[in-house]
Design a protein around this ligand. Structure first.
Ligand SMILES: C[S@@+](CC[C@H](N)C(=O)[O-])C[C@H]1O[C@@H](n2cnc3c(N)ncnc32)[C@H](O)[C@@H]1O
Length: 192
C-alpha cells in the first residue's frame, strides 16, 4: 500500500510521539504531512526555515531531517510545556532555534526577516497576519498549511474561517497555490 511507504522516521520521532501522547496533546501533525514537509524541506538547501506552532516538535523533527547541514530553522510556540518536549528531544540540533513567544508578536517584530520555507501551523501566520507572513517569504519560497479538510476537533465556526482563508489565498497574485485534498488537507503556496 502506498500509505505504508513512509521513508525513515526521524530518530527522535518515537520519543516525541510518546511524550506527546503522555501529555495528551492532540494537535500534532500527522505522519503523511510530516513526510511531505521533509521532502519539501530537502528542496531548499542552505535556507532559512520557519515553523509557526511547534507543538511538541513532531513536524519539527521531520523538517530538520529534510534540511541540509547549512540550513536553519526557527520554530515558535506560546506553550512552554509543549516546547520543552521539543527542546528535550531536538535541542541538541544546532540548526534549530526554539522560541517561546506569541506568534503574532513575533511576526510583527521580525517582519524584515526572509524565509524560504514557512510551515504555518497556528493562528498567527494562517488565520491572522497572513499578509505579513507571506511578505516574509522569499521569491520561490514555500508556504505550507494543513488541516484544511474538516477535522473532528474543529470548534463551531471554524469551517467558515477555513473557507475565508482559502478564498484569500485564491485571490492573491503573488503566490501560486495548490490545494490538496490529501492527509488533513494541505495547501502549498510558492511566492512569485
Ligand atoms: C496545530 S498545533 C502545532 C502542531 C505542530 N506543528 C506539529 O506538527 O505537531 C498549534 C500550536 O500553536 C500553538 N499556539 C496557539 N496560539 C499561538 C500563538 N498565538 N502563538 C504561538 N503559538 C500558538 C499551540 O500551543 C499549539 O502547540
Amino acid at each position: 500500500m502506498i500509505e505504508e511507504i513512509i521513508q525513515q522516521y526521524p530518530t527522535a520521532y518515537d520519543r516525541i510521539k510518546k511524550a506527546t501522547e503522555a501529555h495528551g496533546f492532540l494537535m500534532g501533525s500527522e505522519v503523511s504531512t510530516c513526510s511531505l514537509l521533509k521532502t519539501l524541506a530537502a528542496s531548499k538547501p542552505g535556507s532559512k526555515f520557519l515553523e509557526l506552532g511547534t507543538g511538541t516538535g513532531l513536524a519539527t523533527a521531520w523538517i530538520l531531517d529534510g534540511m541540509d547541514a547549512s540550513s536553519m530553522l526557527v520554530s515558535l510556540d506560546n506553550d512552554e510545556t509543549l516546547l520543552n518536549i521539543a527542546k528535550e528531544n531536538l535541542g541538541v540540533d544546532k540548526r534549530l532555534t526554539l522560541i517561546c513567544t506569541d506568534g503574532g508578536e513575533w511576526i510583527k517584530r521580525n517582519a524584515n526577516q526572509k524565509f524560504s520555507f514557512i510551515f504555518a501551523d497556528t493562528w498567527p501566520g494562517k488565520y491572522q497576519l497572513l499578509d505579513e507572513t507571506l511578505a516574509m517569504l522569499e521569491k520561490g519560497g514555500l508556504y505550507i498549511i494543513d488541516d484544511m479538510l474538516p477535522q473532528n476537533n474543529w470548534p463551531a465556526g471554524h469551517s467558515e474561517k477555513v473557507k475565508h482563508l482559502l478564498t484569500e489565498l485564491d485571490k492573491r497574485d503573488d503566490v501560486v497555490i495548490t490545494k490538496m485534498g490529501w492527509a488533513s488537507g494541505i495547501v502549498i503556496a510558492v511566492k512569485k
